[in-house]
Design a protein around this ligand. Structure first.
Ligand code: ADP
Ligand code: MG
Length: 503
């Protein structure tokens, strides 16, 4: 299935320090909000942007005596995500309490899965360039609750809390430290997001905080990473810092670059990197310390006594597996193999599943390459310009397919087709009927074309002389005839007639 891809070795980003080269090592902990209408342990709504504290069940508010009840759909979503990352699904997992006090965490603990996550090892195939990919190993995915939101900037003396997000299900997707540069880190997050959007397990809206990443960065001399890989011994790697809560692909890259250079400067200065949690400040373009490992919380994890271990059945997992949609890599491979598209075009068309669906509706029963050209160049170009998406496109797949049919049947030329597209975009309608009613049909009547050719030749004796001496100049006549016929003359017929008349 992935035969069309070539896999590359890691291509570490190298930074030249004052005392030699350094390589980057990066591991990501991605928090993905589970796409679900209800929270992980309550029936409260997860709708974004609601009136503060309007979606809070008693259990979310940590009321005494309230008991969490696991939401089966959220579990299914985590399993679906695991299957999408070709990961091991653990039929038994368990929930633990991660204890800490914070105003937006009324329970006084977060329910998470430290010791027995629901999903084990998997992989993400990261696209490096068209047709070239890299595997990044996934260590685990666990389910956990999100916290609420403290608001400190609404009042000069008071802080507020909004518990709508409290208890919303998150998947924490932990990668191995296999990512070797800022661009790779961004490509990894983008691929994860794409897969989860295909699966319908996470909306991936980074601005809304739907998808955010903690980015672990360390630096090491060339060769050290290979020794870590060969032995599994982390001590070959440098000490890492964790940059918390990144929700922009651009900022992730900037933060990694800054952080790596900061660490190199410390080491080359004879110091050593302190393992700590840092925050990225996009305005200053730098990371700063949030808390060091020494001041880190002791979370006193222990199994949550309110929840039984989570036992799921293989048959249930198999059902989920049977209902998996075609994922981006498979879809891309199929577009390349069956429709003759380039890797690049297939990549563009499969970036979002809605785009791929639209394209397939246009391509069905038609020439795949021609459909791809129209969708990518005309449709996407126009949608981008106007800030629209295929869901809000004024031109439907059926209409665009109709345009392509008219070209294929020789009813209209490619040039007229663009005018037709414009009419469909602004006025709508049925492509074939528009062509009839507005007289846009291509002239294939050879007599009419011949007349136009004769007129142009008669009116331009000097050009005729030149063209007879240099046949390459015949194109000028073709252009003139097409112009004279309003682009409606069949270009092939014009070409042939011009060539014959010029002798
Ligand atoms: P913790 O539980 O303290 O957060 P983990 O072992 O779970 O530590 O690692 C968290 C993340 O840090 C993982 O994504 C892992 O790949 C990454 N990581 C571990 N060691 C390094 C390192 N030396 N450099 C960069 N990333 C690392
Ligand atoms: Mg961690």
């Amino acid at each position: 299935m992935l035969d069309h891809l070539s896999f590359t070795d890691p291509q570490p980003k190298t930074i030249a320090g004052a005392r030699g080269d350094w390589e980057l090592v990066i591991g990501l902990e991605v928090h993905a909000q589970v796409a679900s209408n209800a929270k992980l342990f309550s029936g409260a709504s997860t709708a974004f942007g609601a009136e503060p504290n309007s979606h809070v069940a008693f259990v979310d508010a940590g009321m005494p005596g309230m008991l969490p009840v696991i939401n089966e759909f959220c579990v299914a979503q985590a399993v679906r995500t695991g299957l999408g990352l070709r990961a091991v699904i653990n039929l038994r997992s368990a929930f633990d309490r991660k204890n800490y006090f914070y105003p937006d965490l009324p329970q006084g603990y977060q329910i998470s899965q430290l010791y027995h996550p629901i999903v084990g090892e998997g992989e993400v195939i990261v696209d490096m360039a068209p047709g070239i990919a890299r595997r990044v190993r996934i260590e685990r995915i666990h389910l956990e609750q999100d916290a609420g939101k403290s608001i400190h900037d609404m009042d000069p003396t008071m802080s507020f809390v909004d518990l709508n997000r409290t208890g919303v299900a998150l998947m924490e997707i932990v990668s191995r430290p296999d990512i070797r540069g800022p661009e790779e880190a961004a490509a990894y997050v983008a691929k994860l997001r794409q897969i989860m959007r295909y699966l319908g397990t996470c909306d991936g809206n980074m601005q809304n905080g739907n998808l955010r990443a903690d980015v672990n960065v360390s630096v090491c001399p060339p060769g050290a990473y290979e020794r870590y890989q060969a032995t599994g011994d982390f001590s070959y790697l440098g000490t890492r810092c964790e940059i918390k809560n990144m929700n922009s692909l651009r900022f992730i890259q900037q933060a990694i670059d800054f952080e790596a250079r900061r660490q190199i400067a410390i080491i080359e200065d004879g110091g050593s990197v302190v393992q700590e949690t840092r925050l990225y400040d996009p305005d200053k373009g730098e990371t700063r310390s949030m808390r060091s490992k020494e001041e880190a919380h002791d979370y006193r994890y222990f199994p949550d006594p309110d929840l039984l271990p989570l036992d799921i059945e293989q048959a249930w997992v198999d059902d989920i597996a049977a209902s998996m949609p075609e994922l981006p890599d498979e879809k891309k491979a199929r577009f390349v193999r069956d429709l003759g598209l380039s890797e690049y075009d297939a990549g563009v068309l499969t970036a979002e599943v809605e785009n791929a669906d639209y394209f397939e509706a246009v391509a069905r029963g038609r020439d795949g390459k021609q459909a791809a050209n129209w969708v990518i160049n005309e449709l996407f170009g126009r949608l981008n310009k106007e800030g629209l998406s295929v869901e809000t496109s004024p031109v439907s797949a059926a209409q665009l397919g109709g345009v392509i049919d008219l070209i294929a049947n020789g009813d209209i030329s490619g040039k007229i087709a663009k005018d037709l597209f414009e009419i469909l975009w602004t006025e709508g309608g049925d492509p074939a009927r528009i062509v009839e009613s507005r007289g846009m049909r291509q002239v294939t009547d050879l007599g009419a074309i011949e007349k136009a050719v004769d007129e142009i030749i008669a009116a331009n004796p000097a050009q005729v002389e030149k063209a007879r001496a240099n046949p390459k100049l015949a194109g000028w006549f073709v252009g003139q005839v097409l112009k004279a016929t309003g682009g409606k003359a069949n270009p092939a017929a014009v070409q042939e007639l011009v060539a014959r008349k010029l002798g």
